[in-house]
Design a binder for this molecule. Structure first.
Ligand SMILES: NC(=O)C1=CN([C@@H]2O[C@H](COP(=O)(O)OP(=O)(O)OC[C@H]3O[C@@H](n4cnc5c(N)ncnc54)[C@H](OP(=O)(O)O)[C@@H]3O)[C@@H](O)[C@H]2O)C=CC1
Ligand SMILES: CC(=O)[C@@H](O)[C@H](O)COP(=O)(O)O
Ligand SMILES: [Mn+2]
Length: 354
């Protein structure tokens, strides 16, 4: 089997390459952004036929492309039937759509694709990499009737902070995730709880139910929970290591991928998600009622994070921008995929004015 890997230099990308290394999977395409040095090392080891970087650069590969158009060209040119989309943000949407249009399957880490355009994505072509959705998928293999799907959240870096201090947390504070080592953007999303808001929408598109909720599980050892009609509740537990969901998404199953959790070291307790600590959580039900507004929340979040990283927004401003954008663009219905791109731009421009 060979794969096209988009986002090879990131947290999911490097974990994917570890899985490829371990199970001898050929990598036909490597796509990265600006981490040219790491990309060059990956090329030396995996010898891909096609390489794409954000900006024009020289690499030792038969085909070298660049930019977002280069990613789409690489997908068209490659033979791989499986594309791992580990790009971060809205930028990942066109590659997801293109891969599906070309008849390929997508191992999807780029949750933003589903958040903004779930309505236009054939989910039967997807294998979810997100740990909670992998956990839910695992639990849903039984033929029994589920009643409610529950995602777990770590609570993020600020989960034990006094609420009054949170609005002025620094980037360094926010990046101190308690359990997972991930890219900057998703780690910020974890601290605002936007990540879980996105995962609720992701679960809605993947599993076609609105009976979805989330709770905090501070150790991140339980990933997904299913309540069944008969009164049973099952939970998926595994170590905080993305190689398990990634391996399954690559078709490697029932292998000793990870060691099991140490039951005697587990101390599982659940907490409710509090909208005072995580203001974005107040729109969770409204967003499930209006899933087309995922594009609004995503664009506001990406534009607000950009301002936070540049210093013109505080951490607290991120949630406020999302809530204001959600109110302003309330109930938007999206009729076709090009409208997604138009709304995305409109919302980003709106956040610039705040
Ligand atoms: N990390 C995790 O454990 C999990 C992540 N996810 C999701 O997976 C996705 C990736 O997350 P993560 O790996 O943490 O993110 P990272 O920031 O670690 O990696 C992002 C990748 O995208 C590449 N990239 C960024 N901009 C461009 C561009 N313009 N052109 C080409 N490539 C680009 C980066 O390249 P470069 O670094 O070279 O600039 C990097 O390879 C996100 O959607 C996230 O929400 C979901 C569940 C768990
Ligand atoms: C590993 C993974 O799937 C992430 O999405 C993780 O869930 C983020 O942590 P939070 O639970 O803090 O959002
Ligand atoms: Mn997750």
């Amino acid at each position: 089997m060979k794969i096209a890997l988009l986002g090879s230099t990131g947290s999911i990308g490097t974990n994917t390459l570890e899985v490829c290394r371990r199970y001898g999977i050929e990598v036909e395409v490597l796509v990265a952004g600006n981490n040219i040095d790491l990309l060059a090392k990956q090329i030396e080891e995996f010898r891909p036929r096609i390489v794409v970087s954000a900006k024009r650069a020289n690499f030792d590969a038969p085909v070298v492309l660049h930019g977002q158009e280069g990613i789409l060209q690489a997908l068209t040119m490659c033979e791989s039937e499986l594309v791992v989309n580990a790009l971060v943000g809205f930028l990942g949407l066109r590659p997801t759509l293109k891969a599906i249009e070309l008849g390929k399957r997508v191992a999807l880490a780029n949750k933003e694709s589903l958040v903004v355009a779930g309505k236009f994505i054939d989910v039967s072509k997807l294998r979810p990499i997100d740990s909670e959705h992998f956990g839910l998928w695992y639990l849903l293999q039984s033929a029994r009737q589920p009643k409610r799907l529950i995602l777990t959240a770590s609570g993020g870096a600020l989960r034990d902070w006094e609420i009054e201090r949170i609005a002025h947390a620094s980037l360094q504070d926010v990046l101190n995730h308690p359990n997972w080592s991930m890219g900057t953007k998703i780690t910020i999303d974890s601290a605002t709880m936007v990540n879980k808001l996105f995962e609720v929408l992701e679960a809605y598109w993947l599993f076609e139910t609105k009976h979805i909720d989330a709770v905090i599980e501070p150790s991140s050892l339980v990933h997904g929970i299913v309540e069944f009609m008969d009164g049973s509740t099952t939970m998926h537990a595994s170590k905080t290591d993305m190689k398990l969901p990634i391996a399954y998404a690559l078709g490697i199953m029932d292998e000793p991928i990870l060691s099991n959790v140490d039951l005697l070291a587990m101390n599982i307790a659940f907490r409710a998600i509090d909208s005072e600590r995580y203001p974005v959580w107040q729109i969770k039900d409204a967003l499930l009622q209006h899933p087309d507004c995922g594009v609004v929340v995503n664009a506001a979040n990406e534009a607000a994070i950009e301002r936070f990283l540049k210093g013109s927004f505080t951490f607290g401003d991120i949630a406020q921008a999302i809530l204001q954008a959600f109110e302003r663009f309330e109930g938007r219905v999206v009729n076709d995929i090009e409208e997604i791109f138009a709304i995305d731009e409109e919302v980003r421009n709106y956040v610039k004015t705040l």
